[in-house]
Design a protein around this ligand. Structure first.
Ligand code: 3PG
Length: 390
């Protein structure tokens, strides 16, 4: 713990990897969750007199300097969020860092402007390591990348986890590492093919696997249900059946919707109806889990101690197909508030869905990670985490 060992920090340059890869709209940060997540570590180090040098990427500029991907506006937004000055250095060298004030925070330009960053190039790693005396990785959400700023530096400088990284690892450990059973997982989203490894890993770890979203259709079809015009990966029927078999062998109950909301077109507030899964017409699409199934799933959650959630249950961006996601998220939030459930969520659309349900604040932990959360759910070791351990 670098901060516990704070005495050595005053006046020292500390390289801190944050995830500043934030959504932008018309040149402004449209969601500052990751900036707020970066704050505790940056403030703590600066308050102990370190010269804080923030390393981060933005977008995928492919190793070239590209003004479209400059971190400059994001550094300004970070200053606003933190309510304190945040500097910006386009091409840092040790001299520029020597003249920085102790207790200052400075964002360095997009690490992906260097061709060596994503290659984890040892020459670049040594050049960057020369800029600081310590390395702190606070970017769990970029820890699935083995790049210079997420992995390489940890081998060259005394390396520590930041506060956000610590919080993510602690929550994930409570959810799937050493969870209290019974454990439920909600896995939604459109395609089985993108979450095959997630499902395969989870059946061996959780007691209840709740499958929703478009991917549930592939499982229903594998069971012989006619899903009409629904999004469905028919070629994955064997794979879906293998997951059912693995779940059976591991004592994991797979929950699929038995009533569904169907429509003939896709959009907001189009005509729709609730049907039993066996009564979907040839020209209908399944767009959400039905109310009866949601109630049954809520009952399952009431018996559980731990929940891990990734992906919406329906086409939640178009009402009323957000209904099941909102209802189950609110149940999980209420159970968490009452203290019977530890609930951890993360990945892509999930945070937006939980925010939309007004449930995110009540979850025990909502990860800032997209791809890294999924790789963790796949049971993979993340290079950015592993390099801190060695
Ligand atoms: C993310 O936004 O999930 C992380 O910052 C990683 O970004 P990347 O997918 O471009 O590596």
């Amino acid at each position: 713990d670098l901060i516990a060992d704070r005495h050595g920090l005053a006046g020292k340059p500390v390289l801190v990897r944050e995830d500043l890869n934030v959504p932008m709209h018309e040149g402004r940060v449209s969601d500052d969750t990751r900036l707020r997540a970066a704050m505790p570590t940056l403030a703590e180090l600066a308050d102990h007199g370190a010269k804080v040098l923030v390393l981060a990427h933005f977008g995928r500029p492919k190793g070239k300097v590209d003004p479209e991907y400059t971190l400059r506006p994001i550094a300004h937004a970070l200053a606003d969020v933190m309510g304190r000055p945040v500097g910006f250095l386009e091409s840092p060298d040790r001299h520029a860092i020597d003249v920085l004030d102790p207790g200052s925070i400075t964002v360095l330009e997009n690490s992906r402007f260097f061709p060596g960053e994503e290659k984890n190039d040892p020459v670049l790693a040594r050049q960057m390591a020369a800029l600081g005396d310590f390395y702190v990785n606070d970017a769990f959400s970029a820890a699935h990348r083995a790049h210079v700023t997420t992995e390489g530096l940890a081998h060259l400088l005394p390396a520590f986890a930041g506060r956000q990284m610590e919080a993510e690892l602690k929550a994930l450990e409570a959810a799937l590492g050493k969870p209290e059973h019974p454990v439920a997982a909600v896995v939604g989203g459109s395609k089985v093919s993108t979450k095959l490894d997630v499902l395969t890993n989870l059946v061996g770890k959780v007691d209840h696997l709740i499958i929703g979203g478009g991917m549930a259709n592939t499982f229903l079809a594998a069971r012989g249900v006619d899903v009409g015009k629904s999004l469905c990966e028919h070629d994955l029927a064997d794979t879906a059946n293998a997951i059912f078999d693995a779940a059976d062998a591991a004592g994991c109950t797979v929950h699929l919707p038995y009533d569904v909301v169907v429509a003939r077109e896709f959009g907001a507030n189009v005509p729709c109806r609730t049907a039993n899964v066996h009564e979907v017409e040839a020209d209908e699409m399944i767009l959400d889990v039905g109310a009866a199934a949601v109630e049954a799933l809520s009952d399952v959650l009431k018996t559980c101690r731990t929940l891990v959630w990734n992906g919406p249950l329906g086409a939640f961006e178009y009402p009323p197909f957000d209904t099941a996601t909102v209802a189950l998220a609110r149940t999980a939030a209420a159970l968490t508030r009452e203290g019977t459930l530890v609930s951890v969520a993360g990945g892509g659309d999930t945070v937006a869905a939980l925010n939309h349900a007004g449930a995110a604040d009540d979850f025990s932990f909502v990860s800032t990670a997209g791809g890294a959360f999924l790789e963790w759910m796949e049971g993979k070791e993340l290079p950015g985490v592993k390099s801190l351990e060695s």
